[in-house]
Design a protein around this ligand. Structure first.
Ligand SMILES: *[C@@H]1O[C@H](CO)[C@@H](O)[C@H](O)[C@H]1NC(C)=O
Ligand SMILES: *[C@@H]1O[C@H](CO)[C@@H](O)[C@H](O)[C@H]1NC(C)=O
Ligand SMILES: *[C@@H]1O[C@H](CO)[C@@H](O)[C@H](O)[C@H]1NC(C)=O
Ligand SMILES: *[C@@H]1O[C@H](CO)[C@@H](O)[C@H](O)[C@H]1NC(C)=O
Length: 426
């Protein structure tokens, strides 16, 4: 017991030193103070480059201009989505004769500056993909050996966000190479969000990840495997983040975020209920909200999930505290995230009940607020953020000893906001 106590104190000390250290050394480009929101081509459009056969789906100027127009005209921009990000497969296979990166001439006939200007003219921001290696994952030129000039090229194109992947690179060089590229980005003088993929590669190789270095040099970083368009991929990522949360959670905060990868909502693999579950858990995790669906074909109920203002507000909470899976019971996972407002020292919360069950009917589950970690004696105002069937339990005010009751559809989710109250209301 004594041993445990001194160990605990030591751990707390280290964590505290970590926090102090962090506050003076985190990447200071003034960006991503809340998790970045936008749209990225990869999950839905991958490396489709045959524009003759797939003119509406190929990675091209047309695809991204279409995305920009839908972002603006269909309410996504108003909901907070801001970055339009090109993933892999935008490049020519060769650099120019003087060594510069160039966009595929057929698919981006007017070049990247033109596309960037278009994005900016609509009040949005422009993101691009490259790779810290000899090649990108799909075999296009990487930045190795050209880091300075590539950072300058991006700045000259008006790039606002760089996702730097890690294929065809040496895993042992990443901890020096990624920061080096970050310095070149900084030297351009242009504020550019920097998304680093290096921990995903090191995690895969079983290495210990230096998160302090990530906090110092990156605005966000991919921790784990790429998401695929399936429920099993989604649950694998949720379980992995829950398993690692004691280590990873502390490094998330304004300007520096863990990234569980894109939202797959609106594509082929998730049901409506499963889509609600992804949106809820990504809000709890303070995850970047990077959509990757086809704006032209998404069904309205999926669009409503992506544009749910209450949930986006949780994701974008200014405190930037990453939430956790608090416990699991009867195949229900209970996730919670402390948020503003803080009243008499008690945080408000977002609370998600995520069902992993498949037994037909919605499953009725309850847990006391206290058990979930909510202790404000003055109570909480409870709101269902998806406004689905809490039917007979239309709760408004709850106290720590009282049960929060939900009926959770199979593989779905019920997502509550619990607003901390100043005094007991009668
Ligand atoms: C570059 O880094 C310095 C030092 O952290 C910071 O003050 C500055 O805002 C950064 N500039 C850009 C453009 O990121
Ligand atoms: C691209 O570069 C490679 C290697 O430098 C060269 O062999 C090849 O001819 C180039 N291809 C084109 C189309 O310029
Ligand atoms: C990148 O290419 C150079 C030149 O071919 C080679 O020497 C180097 O080993 C390569 N690096 C990696 C990480 O593959
Ligand atoms: C909460 O769950 C417990 C144990 O399953 C049960 O006894 C109780 O009636 C439930 N309360 C409500 C309000 O559903």
């Amino acid at each position: 017991m004594e041993k445990f106590t001194s160990l605990t104190i030591l751990v707390l000390l280290i964590v505290n030193i970590g926090i102090l250290w962090k506050s003076c050394t985190a990447l200071n480009n003034g960006l991503a103070l809340t998790p970045p929101m936008g749209w990225m081509s990869w999950q839905r459009f991958r490396c489709i480059i045959d524009c003759d056969q797939f003119p509406d789906e190929c990675i091209s100027e047309k695809l991204f201009k279409t995305a920009v127009d839908y972002m603006v005209n269909d309410g996504y921009k108003d909901a907070g989505y801001e970055y339009v990000i090109i993933d892999d497969c935008w490049l020519e296979k060769n650099r120019t004769t003087d060594g510069k990166l160039q966009a595929d001439k057929k698919r981006f006939p007017n070049g990247m500056k033109h596309l960037s200007d278009y994005v900016h003219s609509k009040g949005l921001k422009f993101g691009i993909y490259e790779d810290y290696g000899n090649k990108t994952c799909e075999g296009y030129p990487g930045i190795l050996g050209h880091m300075k000039e590539d950072a300058e090229t991006f700045a000259s194109w008006g790039v606002d966000y760089v996702k730097l992947d890690g294929c065809y690179s040496d895993i042992w060089d990443m901890e020096t190479g990624y920061p080096e590229f970050g310095k070149y980005l900084n030297n351009t003088g242009r504020p550019i969000v920097y998304s680093c993929s290096w921990p995903a590669y090191q995690e895969y190789a079983g290495m210990k990840i230096n998160f302090q270095l990530l906090v110092n040099y990156c605005n966000l970083w991919r921790n784990y495997n790429d998401i695929q368009d399936s429920y099993s991929s989604l649950t694998d990522i949720m379980d992995y983040f829950a398993m690692k949360q004691d280590y990873w959670q502390q490094y998330a905060g304004p300007g520096h975020w863990n990234d569980p990868d894109m939202l797959i909502i609106g594509n082929f693999g998730l049901s409506y209920e499963q889509s609600k579950a992804q949106m809820a858990v990504w809000a709890i995790l303070a995850a970047p909200l990077l959509m990757s669906m086809d704006f032209r074909t998404i069904q309205p109920e999926y669009k409503a999930i992506l544009q749910n203002k209450n949930i986006i507000a949780v994701n974008q909470d200014k405190l930037g505290i990453q939430g956790r899976r608090v416990f699991k019971d009867k195949d229900i996972d209970i996730w919670a995230r402390p948020t503003e407002p803080i009243v008499n020292g008690y945080h408000s919360f977002a609370i998600a009940f995520i069902s992993r069950r498949s037994d037909g009917a919605p499953y009725k589950y309850n847990a006391t607020l206290k058990h979930i970690g909510l202790f404000n004696p003055a109570g909480y105002q409870i709101k269902d953020m998806y406004l689905n069937d809490v039917d007979e339990f239309k709760m408004t005010i709850l106290y720590p000893e009282l049960p929060l009751v939900a009926r959770i559809p199979p593989t779905g989710c019920v997502f509550f906001r619990a607003k901390s109250l100043a005094h007991t209301e009668l």
